[in-house]
Design a binder for this molecule. Structure first.
Ligand code: ZN
Length: 246
């Protein structure tokens, strides 16, 4: 099982909750014990994971997006991945939408007006303090775009060019098993991709994550891919980061 975190922008339209929003929220698998009405909630939307190649050289298969959207339903949203805090909002509903040639899951999220800090959250979102939503998910297999094997063990390097391939090597997030949590985050979206690295990813990565997909923060704040040396010895692959000598 591999853990991955991706994020995408909050969408600007400050939505007025519709009847359908209210119906969807009240019929979540784990619905609010006291049904909500449109007067009880704030609703916003965010563009989450899509089927373009992201900063980690991973991508979702287009046909998997509806499954991912279903997994997001009812998931709580935290602030900045702080698991010790209570969720402030929940994902609900949404659709798969095309944006600049890429398909994205675009769920809504709601929070309660009656909560003592609900206006603080609304101001922070609408004022751009939190400008992204992010999800952590678990999946089983990073499938290589060239050979179809697990990219952690095949000979292809994510982001590298291979003869006869139109685009650099990437991998699919296959067998997504769960969406672990969602968060509101304040990092800027990475230009061109709509995804960004979350804080927790910088300087560390979960065991099992393809090491050569490990991205670090560049000098100008852009995400760059760390160079990795891979060596095969006695039938097993080994990796080491490249460190420039003075
Ligand atoms: Zn491969």
């Amino acid at each position: 099982m591999i853990h991955q975190t991706l994020s995408g922008p909050l969408l600007k339209q400050a939505g007025i909750p519709t009847d359908e929003d209210v119906r969807t929220i009240n019929s979540l698998k784990n619905p609010p014990p006291a049904p909500v009405s449109e007067k009880d909630i704030f609703v916003r939307r965010c563009r989450l994971a899509g089927d373009a190649i992201d900063a980690y050289h991973g991508r979702f298969r287009t046909e998997e997006l509806s499954k991912l959207l279903a997994m997001v339903q009812g998931a709580p949203m935290l602030i900045g991945h702080n698991k010790r805090s209570l969720g402030v909002a929940r994902f609900f509903g949404g659709s798969i939408e095309e944006h600049e040639g890429t398909h994205y899951i675009v769920p809504g999220f709601y929070w309660l007006r009656g909560h003592s800090s609900s206006d603080d959250l609304r101001v922070a979102i609408d004022g751009g303090l939190y400008c992204e939503a992010s999800i952590s998910f678990a999946y089983e297999k990073p499938t290589c775009s060239v050979c179809g094997e697990d990219i952690r063990t095949c000979e292809h390097l994510p982001g590298s060019l291979v003869d006869g391939q139109k685009e650099p090597v990437f991998y699919y997030y296959d067998n997504v098993v769960a969406v672990l949590e969602g968060s509101l985050v304040y990092r800027g979206a990475q230009p061109g991709t709509g995804f960004s690295l979350s804080d927790s990813r910088i300087g560390s990565f979960a065991p099992g994550t393809p090491a050569n997909a490990f991205a670090i923060e560049g000098e100008e704040g852009a995400a760059v891919l760390q160079s990795i040396l891979r060596i095969k010895r006695h039938g097993k692959w080994y990796r080491a980061p490249l460190v420039e000598e003075e």
